[in-house]
Design a protein around this ligand. Structure first.
Ligand SMILES: Nc1ncnc2c1ncn2[C@@H]1O[C@H](COP(=O)(O)OP(=O)(O)O)[C@@H](O)[C@H]1O
Ligand SMILES: [Mg+2]
Length: 257
């Protein structure tokens, strides 16, 4: 689905120029769940922003479903982004004084969908992240874990093929982090959403099907991983027993507030 070839990114010019990506090759297949790890400054966010068409590489080839993204103009890239990608960030980025429902509807507003369509889709997305009954609460009335789940609902409300999550658990304690990871894993497992997630923590990367390490703007290693919920020691536990169940109905997700 995604193919990066020899991608470079240089920030700034002249003496201040800094090469954040130094020739990255990466293939992402439909249904992948990739954890991107590596030290701070190694280019993880830069590669995510490139993948999500938020930023353009300095050179190299980016093919998305066979389409050369580097050949698209600004509007075409924005359309591709809105149609295929959902984004989740460390800091949630929700609108204050705006309900969970309205925050979740936002991407559909930009697409020009009707009020009824937006309502229904947002309710469904909020239910999928375990926030039934919280639709009319504002971010200030929600815990950090709940706010991140609203952000995930907003990211999936438009049925994206790819979910890009940059340190989605960076602001959460370990219990809430595990719940968010369980949710991302279920979205991947049950709905087939391709997930790319940046994380510093191996406990979070353990949920992925594949772990990629960056170092100094280069891909350092790329290895398959047995996702934590599928490991033998977890089968039969509350995590493993929800494989195949509707997204968000897992007990871990329901309980976490
Ligand atoms: N807009 C920018 N302007 C200048 N330098 C930047 C910019 N964004 C990132 N960088 C630099 O590029 C390098 C890689 O950044 P980033 O991709 O954010 O790393 P990571 O997400 O792995 O911590 C860092 O050294 C960072 O300071
Ligand atoms: Mg980063």
């Amino acid at each position: 689905m995604i193919r990066l070839r020899n991608i470079t990114k240089t920030y700034g010019e002249g003496a201040l120029a800094f090469q954040a990506l130094k020739g990255v090759d990466l293939d992402i297949h439909q249904g992948d769940f990739v954890a991107i790890m590596g030290p701070s400054g190694s280019g993880k966010s830069t590669v995510m922003n490139t993948l999500g068409c938020l930023d353009r590489p300095t050179s190299g080839e980016y093919l998305f479903k066979g389409v050369p993204v580097q050949g698209l103009d600004r509007d075409e890239r924005a359309r591709l982004r809105r149609r295929y990608f959902g984004f989740v960030f460390q800091g949630f980025h929700l609108l204050a004084r705006t309900s969970a429902q309205e925050n979740t509807e936002l991407p559909l507003l930009y697409r020009g969908e009707s009020t009824a369509q937006r309502r229904a889709a947002a309710r469904q997305a909020l239910a999928a992240v375990g926030l039934n009954g919280w639709e009319h609460h504002t971010p200030a009335e929600l815990s950090g874990g709940q706010q991140q789940r609203v952000a995930i609902a907003r990211a999936i409300v438009s049925n994206p093929a790819v979910l890009l999550a940059d340190e989605p658990t960076g602001n959460l304690d370990s219990q809430r982090s595990a719940e968010i990871m369980q949710l991302l894993w279920q979205l991947n497992q049950d709905q087939g959403i391709t997930v790319l997630m940046v994380t510093h923590e191996s406990e979070m990367a353990a949920y992925a099907r594949r772990i990629v390490h960056f170092r100094d703007g280069r891909l350092d290693s790329d290895q398959p991983n047995t996702p934590l919920p599928l490991r033998p020691e977890h089968v039969g536990s509350h995590v493993g027993s929800h494989a195949g169940s509707p997204v968000g109905l897992g007990s871990a997700v329901q309980e976490g507030a």
